[in-house]
Design a protein around this ligand. Structure first.
Ligand code: KIV
Ligand code: ZN
Length: 516
């Protein structure tokens, strides 16, 4: 009698689209250099595929995909393309330096999209899908085909398009719930149906791509796995179009914590989840809400007396996973004048960055220089130094004085401009914040109207710091900025300059492309 098959958990591939679907969302624009930083962190996290961008959408996106393809060699790099020859050519050329390139072609298949978006009938959509897959296969062996708005497509037509895509050479079939409309039961049933009805289903990987419009992105991704999906498309912190995509950290930890139920696992190094989440927040200036699962400030905080009592007796009473398993740690290492290379390298890694030796050397020199003027080097200082090197020069605050008579305020700011020159400007306002922002605007020549402005304190006691977050819509694009300092007004000035620097970088896309 043959030995019974061991019950080995299925391996689910993690396809991260933070740099494509995520970056598409308002407020999440990243420079090419920032994208490379995040891509390196994703590789370190253990994702299987990084969707690096949509090269045909802009020269900057093309340059960013190319830079990532050159630098990130340990996982697959995907580039998105419509089923248009020019898109596919752009994706192929951006991916040329990649060690493991994947072209991801897509076309809408639902009746709504066919009629109102494409003006094509079923036969024409099918023909274009086949053309797109064939052309992509002429460039690379790894081709993913997505049927946009798949969950609102007639199932038998979806199976027909997918069968044709497999025949044309697709190796992954992606089922996007583009508008976040499906329920978990729908998704599970759809995957079961497709696995039974797509010709050649056994030769391809089925993939789920779930949006979160009804807050079901993660639940739908898990249901898709139950139905046989073996790739999940997701983003760090759940960023993405509209309400976002399925959050990677939640999908991964659900599979891990409920392993006995799902019988599926990923290759993610879960201890890197928090660092990667924070790196993304730092790069985009967009913070996750405190109660966000896995990576929010409160995810492992126990406030009520009853819970604390239970936790002290046995952590399992109120914790279903160990905070350390997703990267939370108990101790905070403080870096000062006497800290060595190993301590800085360790801190940098914990912050989510992957630096080469030369970058680390420069960072250590800069951090040592900082200790001439301040006792300790905080995480934020390190992030600013690394980001400053990665994104190039920008406006920095060198000093500020504020006075408020009660009838009006006056602010004077001393800044260093992107070339390191000193600029001094002053302005008045009804209150100190208005005067400060007016002086900054006068000094930098950048003007914008704030959409949101929030200040809160981080920590208590002598080490407390203020954090400012602000956002502004500039030429239709939402820009966010973030700053921290002992002084909340200085934190506000840093956050304002963060936005101004993003605006200036946006206005200089050519320099950006050259950097990549
Ligand atoms: O949501 C969607 O349909 C997409 C596709 C391009 C995969 O992002
Ligand atoms: Zn999407």
């Amino acid at each position: 009698m043959p030995a019974p098959e061991p019950d080995v958990p299925a391996r689910v591939l993690i396809f991260d689209t933070s740099l494509r679907d995520g970056e598409q969302a308002p407020g999440f624009t990243m420079s090419a250099a920032q994208k490379v930083l995040l891509a390196r962190a994703l590789e370190e996290l253990g994702v299987d595929v990084i969707e690096a961008g949509f090269p045909r959408s802009s020269p900057a996106d093309h340059a960013a995909v190319q830079a990532i393809a050159r630098e990130v060699r340990g996982c697959r790099i995907a580039a998105l393309a419509r089923c248009h020859p020019e898109d596919i050519a752009a994706a192929a050329s951006a991916l040329a330096p990649a060690a493991h390139p994947r072209i991801h072609v897509f076309i809408s298949t639902s009746p709504l999209h066919r009629e109102h978006k494409l003006g094509l009938d079923r036969a024409q959509v099918l023909e274009r899908a086949v053309m797109g897959v064939r052309l992509a296969r002429s460039h690379v062996d790894d081709v993913e085909f997505s049927a946009e708005d798949a969950t609102r497509t007639e199932p038998e037509f979806l199976a027909e398009v997918f069968s044709a895509a497999v025949e044309a050479g697709a190796t992954t079939l992606n089922v996007p719930d583009t508008v976040g409309y499906a329920t978990p039961a729908d998704l599970r049933a759809l995957f079961e149906y497709l696995r039974a009805h797509v010709r050649g289903a056994e030769r391809v990987v089925f993939s789920a791509h779930c949006h979160d419009d009804l807050g079901l992105g993660v639940a739908n991704s898990l249901a898709a796995i139950e139905g046989g999906a073996r790739q999940v498309e997701c983003t760090i912190n759940g960023i993405g179009e509209r309400a976002g995509n399925a959050a990677m950290e939640e999908v991964v930890m659900a599979l891990k914590v409920r392993g006995a139920f799902y019988r599926a696992d990923t290759g993610i190094r879960t201890r890197r989840l928090l660092a990667t989440s924070r790196l993304l927040s730092q790069i985009t200036g967009m913070h996750v809400q405190r109660n966000k699962a896995i990576v929010g400030q409160n995810a492992f905080a126990h406030e009520s007396g009853i819970h604390q009592h239970g936790m002290l007796k046995n952590r399992n009473t109120y914790e279903i996973m160990r905070p350390q398993d997703v990267g939370w740690e108990d101790s905070q290492l403080v870096l000062g004048r006497h800290s060595g290379r190993a301590a800085v390298a360790d801190r940098v890694r914990r912050l989510g960055y992957v630096l080469d030796e030369a970058q680390l050397d420069r960072l250590i020199a800069d951090a040592k220089a900082l200790t001439q003027t301040q006792h300790v080097v905080s995480d934020r200082d390190l992030q600013r130094l690394i980001e400053g090197e990665a994104i190039g020069p920008g406006w920095r605050i060198a000093g500020m004085q504020l006075s408020d008579s009660g009838h009006g305020a006056h602010a004077q700011v001393q800044l260093s401009d992107p070339d390191g020159r000193r600029v001094v400007q002053a302005a008045d306002g009804q209150g100190p914040v208005e005067a400060l922002f007016a002086a900054l605007s006068r000094a930098t020549g950048v003007d914008f109207v704030l959409e949101t402005y929030e200040v809160h304190s981080m920590g208590i006691g002598p080490d407390a710091r203020g954090e400012a977050n602000l956002s502004a819509r500039i030429d239709g694009t939402l820009m966010t900025g973030q700053g921290t300092s002992r002084d909340v007004l200085e934190a506000s000035a840093i956050a304002w300059l963060d936005v101004a620097n993003r605006v200036l970088r946006e206005r200089a896309p050519r320099a950006e492309a050259a950097l990549a």
